[in-house]
Design a protein around this ligand. Structure first.
Ligand SMILES: [Zn+2]
Length: 91
């Protein structure tokens, strides 16, 4: 159960839609009538703990790392800077 991020009241899933077999979009509403905030949330499988007995070869889809804006000019992402210890970007 997700609490309302504004008032902390109990919230409810009104509906949901399947985006992919491993990702679902949930539509929440706050149960506090004075607040009544609504929002969207994502539900996804992040890891397989135990493989399926029917199809043990199932693997989660690989999410490709996206390139940050400016990478074509040699600009490094903060993630790259943290990984490489902050060295100068390649010329
Ligand atoms: Zn609320």
């Amino acid at each position: 159960m997700m609490k309302c991020p504004v008032c902390g009241s109990r919230s409810f899933v009104r509906t949901s839609e399947e985006l992919t077999p491993t990702v679902r979009q949930l539509y929440y509403y706050c149960g506090n009538i004075a607040c009544s905030m609504t929002w969207k949330s994502m539900l996804s499988i992040v890891a397989v703990i135990s493989p399926s007995g029917i199809s043990p070869e199932f693997r989660l889809p690989h999410i490709e790392e996206t390139k940050p804006p400016g990478h074509e000019y040699g600009q490094m992402s903060l993630l790259d800077l943290c990984r490489d210890g902050g060295d100068d970007p390649p010329a």
